[in-house]
Design a protein around this ligand. Structure first.
Ligand SMILES: Cc1ncc(C[n+]2csc(CCOP(=O)(O)OP(=O)(O)O)c2C)c(N)n1
Ligand SMILES: [Mg+2]
Length: 345
């Protein structure tokens, strides 16, 4: 279902979801032409990131993973500076030093990104501890995949968060539904002995919910409750947002196996290719959001296409900017490695 919001706000959310989809498609296509290195894309999880992170305020912090592109775009990142960073260019968010795996921007509320699975959990917990001790009403959001639940750092972090009632939201994006426990024989992102991921939350007494990550209303409602709990000093919440892995993410390296998204699949079933019918009709959150927007009178196919053209234009501009940007000068290699005297408050 759609979140209960005005048409204008819903169109804003759709624009962000489309920006993520078109950004990732641009990147996968670019990787077919030039050496981009290894990267992970957020296709299929857009609605989780967009609906959840839209609720944050300036000063709230996010700690994400190797699959971070969608999270930064959901918080308003400029696709040009994102792509420049991924390509290692000096104009990127981290001057080309972070790359896809460590994309960060303090201004956007992403002070540090760790690509070590589970690496974000102590970072987010430490930030929440600081916020709590400083008496601020800011919240810290820990964004991670089901794989992080295999790591010791998760268990240490949730223990401290529960003990200290920290203003922290554990948003676990479980994209392993069909691969959990290696049953499907595909590349699994986690191999856990537990039946439900929330079994790894219950002993700590932290409130936990499981939601459909493609259901904008469920994500927004769950996140609203979690943020309220955190801001009012009642401690952390765990949200498991379930999505089905995009077919293009099933190989080890992303591939555009479903082609570039044809949005008319949202209103014209006859154009859906048979091979990926299930994905496009029941599992693609962006198409589902568009379908719901049209069904509930918030958009028409024409407004959706116009919005998408705007977004695709931004991506072309971003691609040109990133490709034309220079690499950092070799003599700047050690810049930003060591704190300068007096630069740390
Ligand atoms: C500590 C650690 N072990 C292994 C890896 C290699 N690795 C990169 S992504 C990944 C799977 C992570 O799965 P999940 O956390 O569910 O995220 P997803 O990729 O499914 O979004 C692994 C094992 C790593 N980055 N860090
Ligand atoms: Mg996963």
């Amino acid at each position: 279902m759609l979140p209960t919001l005005s048409t204008k706000v819903l169109l804003g959310l759709l624009e962000k979801a489309l920006a993520i989809r078109r950004f990732e498609e641009m990147l996968v296509k670019l990787a077919g032409k030039i050496d981009v290195g290894h990267f992970h894309v957020y296709v299929g999880q857009e609605i989780t990131g967009v609906a959840a992170l839209d609720l944050l305020e300036t000063g709230d912090l996010c700690f994400t993973t190797h699959r971070n592109h969608g999270h930064l775009l959901a918080r308003g990142a400029d696709p040009a500076l994102m792509l420049a960073e991924i390509l290692g260019k000096s104009t990127g968010y981290c001057g080309g030093r972070g790359g896809t795996l460590h994309l960060a921007s303090a201004q956007l509320g992403f002070p540090a990104t760790s690509a070590a699975v589970g690496g974000c959990t102590p970072l987010a917990t430490g930030a929440a501890f600081g916020m709590d001790r400083l008496g601020s009403d800011r919240v810290s959001v820990c964004l991670f995949g089901d794989g992080a639940l295999e790591e010791g750092s998760y268990h240490e972090s949730i223990n401290i968060a529960a003990l200290e009632k920290l203003p922290l939201i554990f948003l676990c994006e479980n994209n392993s539904l069909e691969a959990l426990g290696q049953k499907a024989g595909e590349y699994p992102s986690s191999t856990l002995a537990v039946v439900r991921l929330t079994d790894l939350v219950a002993p700590f007494g932290v409130p936990a919910i499981t939601i459909d990550g493609c259901d904008g209303k469920a994500v927004r409602d769950g996140m609203t409750e979690a943020i309220d709990r955190a801001r009012s000093g009642e401690g952390p919440t765990f949200i498991e947002a379930r999505t089905v892995r995009w077919p293009g993410n099933r190989p080890l390296w992303p591939a555009l196996v479903t082609g570039e998204t044809n949005l008319s699949m949202a209103w014209d079933e006859t154009v859906i290719p048979e091979e990926f019918r299930e994905w496009h009709t029941t599992q693609d959150g962006v198409l589902r959001f568009v379908r719901e927007m049209i069904d509930e009178g918030h958009a028409t196919p024409e407004t959706v296409i116009a919005l998408d053209e705007l977004v695709q234009d931004q991506m072309r501009t971003a691609e040109n900017f990133a490709l034309e940007s220079p690499y950092p000068e070799p003599e700047t290699a050690l810049d930003l490695v060591f704190a300068k005297s007096g630069s740390v408050p």
